[in-house]
Design a protein around this ligand. Sequence first.
Ligand SMILES: Nc1ncnc2c1ncn2[C@@H]1O[C@H](COP(=O)(O)OP(=O)(O)OP(=O)(O)O)[C@@H](O)[C@H]1O
Ligand SMILES: [Mg+2]
Length: 232
Amino acid sequence: MIPAAEPLLRFKNVSRAYASPEDRSGSLTVLAVQDVSLDLPRGAFAALIGPSGSGKTTLLNLASGLDRPTRGEILISGTRVSALPQRELCHFRRRHLGFVFQAYNLFPALTAVENVEFTSVIRGDPREAARERAVTALRTVGLEAKLHSYPSELSGGQQQRVAVARALATQPDIIFADEPTANLDSKTAIQLIGLFEELNRTLGATFLFSTHDQKLVERVRTPIRLVDGKLA
Ligand SMILES: Nc1ncnc2c1ncn2[C@@H]1O[C@H](COP(=O)(O)OP(=O)(O)OP(=O)(O)O)[C@@H](O)[C@H]1O
Ligand SMILES: [Mg+2]
């Protein structure tokens, strides 16, 4: 049982160091994220904001289990994800986390609905339930007319919405998105932000994204500012 007060996402003194490409000794000299502690409650609408190189992508990758901290620990719904063995981490990610990648990462040989149900199918959900959730997710993002279209038959903004539907379809605890509006024209970007807000409001979906985009920054409820890998 998770106590009600348990934050959905907790960073405890998290650092991530990299070896500098110039330094051949292999010592970890680039501190991409430095001693970050933060708590994000369920239902948050939060964004990492900071200049290029400030550590936004690194922090998102740590939060979403794509990368591991060199120090500190990360908990999601009370589970210490930073300490999970790889297999269990994969399983946890499929069960609890959703991602919207900047480059969409859709499978070109699969239709929209097949892309959206993919994670549910590979984690072993019953096919019919997976299809039903995929169709619902595509309807939620306004793409019910494009269920059987291939990514190459969709505009950039539509592909982005398929990627959002895919993140939603597994009913994750939290959805991560790295610069989700970066590849979109400003009208499509505003629609996507509106969609995120609506999903947050109506489904209570928790969002953590990173952004440079002033249109998005203005609408975030919880801005998390990073400077040189540290919370500002
Ligand atoms: N694999 C790596 N090896 C070495 N240094 C890295 C690596 N990944 C990131 N860094 C460094 O860590 C710092 C933070 O990078 P990060 O990609 O997290 O920044 P960002 O805020 O996402 O920037 P942008 O807005 O340009 O996407 C930078 O100084 C970067 O050069
Ligand atoms: Mg980045």
